[in-house]
Design a protein around this ligand. Structure first.
Ligand SMILES: [Zn+2]
Length: 502
């Protein structure tokens, strides 16, 4: 078994213990960090990553840093993890303890505390005796088996137990983890598939979405590879895939290290997930065909997408407006015969861009009005204080009624005192309103981000081709409602643009 002095690199995990409840989190954690850093230095260990848990949830899913640590430990990324004591890792519900200890055991990652080093992959390790103080070995085995079965069953049932992929966030259905679309990311996923099936390469897609402010979960920006990974991930058509990897434990078959083997696709198991898809099956399959080189989309096959494709709908009947070319001139028309008058395509496109420019101008004007920071904590605190005082005033009122009933106060005195309390209440209500208004104002500076996105779209529009323009507009516009009366002038149409929520 590796001694602490044989470890060269390790991660550190910091979190408060039950004993430290009630103390300042930051203070406790920085003290622990110092202890662990000192220990590491003394033993020649380099700490390459620190996981600092500031929330104190009992459940594993309420501990984001622990989830991150577990994923990295399972991948065999570290020789060891430094913690103050075993309690930091094992605290929580029984089934979570099982998951955590399993990850360490299966990957052969050591747990190093200033007092002792634990190797959970060593079954007959004396140190396990110490571990038994947390739960009996028998109990651990039973729980572990049950947990594994439960976890495996959950995956088979289509739940998603791993970290949420880009475009999704974790939710719980029937107390089991699954995915819910995260719209701010999901629209980039859709954009990637749209662009790819319209003939763009992964590098150009990566550049494009980075420009629009898309950020992957674990790095600063999208690359050719991370886009390709998204384009081939069937999670986006609602599938859950497992048996992708096989693990060979450290020590078994004479392996000195934990080994992960990636299974070929034929060996994967794919089930229908309980989560909703982000894109259609057709779109996904088209992307796979291109990826496998079986289908090469042509930009000149006469099916060039309109920049407004899928965006403009008839306000009269609700159907999608279509672009139609008549004698070399493009028109936008409602497919419902005789529904509403059509307009020249270029007029509509120009109007859309002008509307967007107007929205942007308005946002910029608002933005300069309140160039405050987004931090509302000071006002939040004030609001709490105001509401506490309001509760006090309320209690005073009740007390006044009591005193009146008990005959302690006569009516004139009661009215006099009540008037004072009511004035106070009015003043507090006015203050509360003011505080709520300023919070609203501060939160609206989110509009700066919105303005940036619109500006980016408008800037890149002129140098983009039709499918790119379409993708650009789809990234900010939800829908455009079109209406035009019959026999009206060519430009007498109205557009109502609904932007996507930011
Ligand atoms: Zn219509």
């Amino acid at each position: 078994m590796a001694k602490p002095n044989e470890i060269t690199e390790a991660a550190a995990y910091l979190r408060k213990s039950r004993m430290e409840e009630g103390m300042e989190t930051e203070e406790v954690l920085s003290r622990h960090q110092k202890t662990l850093t000192d220990y590491a230095e003394r033993n020649g260990i380099r700490i390459i990553e620190t996981y600092c848990e500031v929330v104190s949830g009992e459940s594993l899913y309420a501990r984001p840093q622990m989830l991150r640590l577990l994923e990295d430990v399972s991948e065999g990324n570290y020789e060891a993890v430094l913690v103050m004591d075993l309690d930091r890792l094992s605290r929580g519900r029984m089934k979570d303890q099982g998951i955590i200890l399993d990850a360490f055991r299966d990957s052969g990652t050591l747990i190093v505390t200033p007092d002792k080093t634990y190797d959970l992959s060593d079954d007959i390790d004396d140190e396990l005796a110490e571990f038994k103080t947390f739960m009996s070995r028998r109990e651990y085995k039973i729980i572990n088996k049950r947990l594994r079965r439960g976890l495996e069953q959950s995956i088979k049932d289509g739940y998603y137990v791993a970290n949420p992929p880009y475009g999704y966030q974790r939710i719980f259905v029937d107390k089991r983890p699954t995915l819910e679309p995260l719209e701010e990311e999901a629209r980039f996923v859709r954009m990637m598939f749209e662009m790819y099936t319209n003939g763009h390469g992964c590098t150009s897609i990566a550049r494009h979405v980075n420009l629009l402010g898309a950020r992957p979960h674990r790095s600063a920006k999208f690359s050719r590879n991370s886009v390709a990974a998204i384009l081939t991930n069937s999670v986006y058509v609602g599938k859950v895939v497992f048996n992708k990897k096989k693990h060979i434990k450290k020590g078994s078959k004479g392996n000195p290290k934990h080994i992960t083997i990636y299974n070929p696709k034929e060996k994967w198991t794919i089930v229908n997930g309980v989560h909703p898809p982000l894109i259609s099956k057709e779109l996904f399959e088209k992307a796979q065909e291109i990826m496998n080189g079986r289908y090469i989309p042509s930009k000149k096959d006469g099916t060039v997408r309109s920049p407004l494709a899928g965006l403009v709908r008839c306000k009269n009947c609700g159907r999608n407006m279509q672009r139609l070319s008549i004698k070399g001139v493009d028109y936008l028309l409602c497919v419902e015969p005789g529904c509403c008058a059509s307009a020249k395509f270029e007029f509509v496109e120009q109007r859309v861009l002008k509307h967007l420019q107007d929205i942007l101008d308005d946002l910029m004007a608002e933005k300069s009005d309140s160039a405050q920071e987004k931090d509302t904590s000071a006002i939040d605190e004030k609001l709490v204080a105001i509401r506490r005082e309001m509760a006090n005033a309320d209690r005073q009122k009740t007390r006044l009624y009591d005193l009146l009933e008990l005959g302690e106060y006569d009516l004139p005195l009661f009215r006099e005192r009540m008037a004072v309390v009511k004035d106070k209440m009015d003043a507090l209500e006015a203050e509360e309103y003011k505080a709520l208004e300023s919070i609203k104002r501060i939160q609206q500076t989110d509009k700066a981000a919105q303005a940036r996105k619109i500006a980016t779209v408008l800037e890149s529009y002129s140098e983009s081709d039709a499918p790119q323009r379409n993708a650009l507009l789809h990234s900010i516009v939800e829908v455009i409602w079109y209406s035009k009366a019959k026999k009206s002038k060519p430009t007498e149409f109205t557009l109502q643009i609904n932007l996507k929520p930011f």
